[in-house]
Design a protein around this ligand. Sequence first.
Ligand code: PHE
Length: 341
Amino acid sequence: MSENDELIVIRNAALGKVRASSSSADLDAVETEYLGRKGELTLQLRRIGSLAPETRKDFGQAVNDIKNELAEAIEARRSELTAGESEVALAREAVDVTLPGRFYQTGRSHILVETLNKVKNIFIGLGYEMFEAPEVEEYAYNFQALNYPEDHPAIDEQMSFYINDRNLLRTHTTAYQHRVMKGRKPPMRVCTTGKCYRVDAVDATHGHTFHQVDCFTIDKGITMADLKGTMHQFAVEMFGKDVDVRFRPDFFPFVEPGAEVAVTCTICGGSGCNVCKGTGWLELAGAGMIHPNILEGAGIDSEVYTGFAFGFGIERMPMLMHDIGDLRLFMENDLRFLRQF
Ligand code: PHE
């Protein structure tokens, strides 16, 4: 093989490597291999001295031509590759503006909190003051101060969660009454809301934890008519202007007389349906005139002052308004359920 043939072989191999390069680093390697100080083409130039004098010029010219060609090919490939690399980078960073936007879930208040707030606002509108009472309550406030006889079944350990001999988880929000009454002078219009606890086997209509609202009014000349008017006003604001309230006798140790308050069925409007079991009425609250013993126990003269009190469960209201059959759904945190409200 002549010197020029050898050059052709080197050239072809070098150009082949340039084409096969897939990164700038590959190209750097090819450049060093052929054009570097000890590169193959550089070494070819050094051979010149050993060649026949008449061939030297042509040979030198040929090597230089190949060196230039190769250098150009390397540069061309390099710009091809960097263009490719930036294309890749562009593609990676591209935003498809036709895609639908990402939907971020926002939180919302729980249906029970919503109901509580609605109830609170109604009573605030009627002039009631909101009072925060503890959930861990003294046995004395939960029962004794409310005129419970010592042998009342609710006092039984089977019915209440006791913390120790003195304290328990309040079984009703009415436990706050004495706390408020003993430190103030009438007139009073006070309300509390919050969690209550009872030992109960959990099923669709019973839970160990539930929410109540409890309110009372004490002033001179307060009568059952004031209680009825207040309950009616509440029912109208909560359920709509067409509802009526019904009072029936009931017993609670802390009121006399006591009443069970019902409102017109919110589902059928009073004509009778599944929810009201055909009666047209939904039982809503316990209520009554505050027992003189309670007033006297708090240092309020029951000959001068009278008052009424009422209390009811919160869970029952959304259950009745949305026809929810199972109390447990409120506490299970299934978003598919909770997001409906
Ligand atoms: N505390 C009673 C209950 O838990 C409700 C009630 C409150 C009744 C005030 C009368 C007066 O059922």
